[in-house]
Design a protein around this ligand. Structure first.
Ligand code: MRU
Length: 352
């Protein structure tokens, strides 16, 4: 039962007061672990997707925030708190769609507010402990998601996933991939189709890599092959992750997820979305209110370093899309599988 510890990559490590990130932009060809020395470096790592996936950027953001004030413990409490809030806003500006980043930063700042009677070096120590707790908690949440989703995986099933909601996107095990890792541990045979996920290829570079490393039967397909593969009866279920679940159950996830959900509906296949509570945002009423990150030109006009589009072409590069809750069969969460009606049932599972 040690599969997760021995074969899954470690995305984020906090060791002796230093933050180390596995540079995911270089996978699967190179495994490079980069020490993060400054808050600017952490901001860049999040922006450039060296660390990516909603829960992972939350964890990295929390560590980045405590790093940003390591040299500020000589300040008065008020000045320290002000600096912490400034750095939290800065880190939050790296990527807007995944609510886990804001959630983790807010948790660190709230902890500092709670500790107003303590001296500043002691507060800093407690903030470090809080970041470590966010990291540990994510590991446990992913395992719980896996346990709740496990019952959905039946012998010889074909499961399609989009982007990477695996170990690399979290502290360990992932969200969408967690039930698959646990099913594999239990010896249940199944196969996975991993969409390559243009433009940044999280499916081919990351999902197919981490599943292959774990010994899971995975087949890589280009995004535009999903309909054909489904039409051949090879897919029984879709499981994806999410960057934000709105209060009505609409979900934002990697661009292309909406297309997969529409296909699943057409072929009458269950479409599940896996997430921890930190991805559920009751302050966002519906999918229309979710800010969708727009990224730069070269991700679309180039393939790797090579230009594949004409000079001066107009382009769009939304990094995420929103799938309406009407297309979601269930949300696999750390507390169980939430089914429609989402507005009511999300409240019942996680509200107030
Ligand atoms: O741009 P990315 O790679 O950060 O996008 C990641 C996704 O869309 C994931 O599916 C989502 O964050 C869930 S990760 C458990």
């Amino acid at each position: 039962m040690n599969l997760t510890l021995t074969t899954l990559p470690e995305t984020i490590r906090w060791q002796d007061g230093a933050l180390y990130l596995l540079d995911q932009t270089r996978l699967p060809l190179e495994t490079v672990i980069e020490k993060q020395e400054t808050v600017d470096q952490v901001w860049q790592s999040i922006k450039q997707l060296k660390v990516r996936g909603a829960p992972a950027i939350g964890v990295a953001g929390a560590y980045g925030l405590v790093l940003s004030v390591t040299d500020q413990t000589h300040l008065s409490y008020a000045a320290f708190l002000q600096e912490l809030e400034r750095q939290a806003a800065y880190l939050d500006s790296a990527r807007p769609t995944a609510v886990n980043l804001k959630w983790a930063l807010t948790r660190i700042v709230s902890k500092a507010r709670e500790l107003s009677g303590f001296d500043v070096p002691a507060i800093h120590q407690r903030l470090v402990a809080e970041a470590v707790q966010i990291h540990d908690e994510d590991r446990q949440l992913c395992r719980k998601i896996g346990e709740h989703g496990l019952a959905l995986i039946k012998q010889d099933m074909g499961i399609l996933t989009h982007c990477n909601a695996g170990s690399l996107a979290t502290a360990e095990l992932g969200t969408a991939l967690a039930p698959m890792y646990l099913a594999h541990e239990q010896g249940i045979p199944f196969r996975v189709y991993a969409d390559e996920t243009r433009p940044l290829l999280q499916g081919s570079r990351l999902t197919s890599w981490e599943l292959q490393q774990a010994g899971i039967d995975v087949t890589l397909i280009c995004d535009n092959m999903a309909a054909y593969i489904m039409s051949q009866g090879l897919v029984d279920m879709v499981i994806v992750g999410t960057d934000r679940v709105a209060a009505n159950g609409d979900v934002a996830n990697k661009i292309g997820t909406l297309g997969v959900a529409i296909l699943a509906h057409h072929f009458n296949l269950p479409f599940y979305v896996a997430c921890p509570y930190s991805t559920i945002d009751f302050n966002t009423p519906d999918g229309k209110s979710i800010v969708i990150e727009e990224r730069g030109e070269t991700e679309v006009t180039h393939f790797g370093d090579r230009r594949t589009a004409p000079e001066n072409i107009q382009y769009r590069n939304p990094a995420f899309d929103v799938t309406p809750h009407t297309l979601v069969t269930g949300l696999i969460t750390d507390r169980g599988i939430i089914r429609p009606p989402y507005q009511e049932n999300l409240q019942q599972f996680y509200g107030g």
